[in-house]
Design a protein around this ligand. Structure first.
Ligand code: XUL
Ligand code: CO
Length: 435
């Protein structure tokens, strides 16, 4: 007896209640299998732990998986349920925080013992499947000790505790053959400058990251570290505001060789950016590592972590991913069911929605690239920099005086060419919906 006996393995267009409409793992797209373009991951916390609790009410979903919550028996039941879930959907990766896997004890030594026990159990499960860890992380925002931050805390003792949690989470990630290790700066930020030394806090965060890199490399971790930018929530100001801010921080503190970014769609919209913008900024700096695949709600100003449904967004995401040559990380569904979608079938509907939305986005993005109008347009738009004075500017072979002379001789420039936005939007619509 399994936990999800209402469905067997979900296939492509099987006509069954649970089936993919667009995600066909074997289908070749631009020379690679769909499953290689889209290394999907299950987020342990939302899928196996979150029960629909919100600010106004208790949980609506039962995630006990037939055992007593808060016990190691429950932790193992989640592993069983998680692996059954991933196998049925053909998902090859999972992501976790340390405390998603086991209940935290009062004493860190006991928590670590529990982590050892559960990771042995997970490893055993992994041996019988082709499922692997995409990335691990430490939850350094939930426990009250982190109320003033982890790397940014004012307490040296709490800082050491954060270091210990990171060390164990790195050990765990390495043990489970994780591709990456994530830092999401949960409470690394501030509420008011009246009580905060921003420079001091950022230096301490950077130190902690350096120590994490040194330790991980020492024990043989070859993967990438990721920062996951987010502008606010839970803190009013978070230090990793957006991709550009995080890249500046990584370069300032010499962490840019070991770190890339994990871009989350909903965090982008909270920062007042599009998902595509954040991906472009990361990619053009060589730092697009992984993606937290979800979406926000344009009417709500918080991190709703919805399953991706907006195919325009997944298309433009895949456009950026294809053009950047693919991810070294993957697509982690950092997304949860809506509170009233509260049964086990909804867990499947949600992942099928998300996987299909990205598969369809991939197909449409490939078509946009093959069709080529957007790329040709952008190429032509900057044509004036290909020869003459433009080429000299690009080659750094001129100076302000020569440009001044050029401008004065011209008397007045012609208007730049049209941006043709509405035409290009029609091109996208034609690719999306055909004739
Ligand atoms: C919070 C968030 C986290 C990170 C991992 O907004 O996205 O779940 O992905 O800590
Ligand atoms: Co996330």
């Amino acid at each position: 007896m399994g936990y999800f006996d209402f469905t067997d393995k979900v296939g492509y267009r099987t006509g069954k209640e649970f089936s993919f409409r667009y995600y066909d793992p074997e289908k070749a797209v631009m020379g690679k299998k769909m499953s290689e373009h889209l290394p999907f991951a299950m987020a342990w916390w939302h899928n196996l732990c979150a029960n629909g609790v919100d600010m106004f009410g208790v949980g609506t979903a039962d995630k006990s998986f037939g055992s007593k919550m808060g016990t190691m028996e429950h932790a193992k039941a989640k592993v069983d349920a998680g692996f059954e879930f991933m196998e049925k959907l053909g998902i090859k990766y999972f992501c976790f925080h340390d405390v998603d896997l086991v209940p935290e004890a009062d004493d860190i030594n006991e928590t670590n013992r529990r982590i050892d026990e559960i990771s042995d159990y997970i490893l055993e499960k992994m041996r019988n499947t082709d499922i692997k860890c995409l990335w691990g992380t430490a939850n350094m925002f939930g426990n009250p000790r982190y109320m003033n931050g982890a790397g940014s805390t004012n307490s040296a003792d709490v800082y050491c505790f954060a270091a210990a949690q990171i060390k164990k989470a790195i050990d765990l990630t390495v043990k489970l053959h994780g591709r990456g290790y994530v830092f999401w700066g949960g409470r690394e930020g501030y509420e008011t400058l009246l009580n905060t030394d921003v420079k001091f806090e950022q230096e301490n965060i950077a130190r902690l990251m350096h120590m994490a890199v040194d330790y991980a490399r020492k024990i043989g971790f070859k993967g990438d570290f990721y920062i996951e930018p987010k502008p606010k929530e839970p803190m009013k100001h978070q230090y990793d505001f957006d991709a550009a801010t995080a890249i500046g921080f990584l370069r300032q503190y010499g962490l840019d060789k070991d770190f890339k970014l994990n871009i989350e769609a909903n965090h982008a919209t909270l920062a007042g950016h599009t998902f595509q913008h954040e991906l472009r900024i990361s990619a053009m700096n060589g730092m697009l590592g992984s993606i937290d695949a979800n979406q926000g709600d344009y009417l709500l100003g918080w991190d709703t972590d919805e399953f991706p449904f907006n195919v325009y967004e997944t298309t433009m995401c895949m456009y950026e991913v294809l053009k950047s040559g693919g991810l070294t990380g993957g697509f982690n569904f950092d997304a949860k069911n809506r509170r009233p979608s509260n049964d086990m079938k909804d867990m499947f509907h949600a992942y099928i929605l998300g996987m299909d939305a990205f598969a369809l986005g991939l197909l449409k993005a490939a078509k946009l690239i093959e069709e080529g109008t957007l790329e040709r347009f952008v190429e032509d738009k900057y044509a004036s920099f290909k020869q003459g004075i433009g080429a000299k500017i690009r080659a750094c072979e001129t100076d302000l005086e020569e440009l001044n002379e050029y401008a004065c001789k011209m008397k007045k420039p012609e208007s730049p060419s049209s941006g043709r936005q509405e035409y290009l939007e029609s091109v996208v619509n034609n690719v999306m919906f055909g004739d």
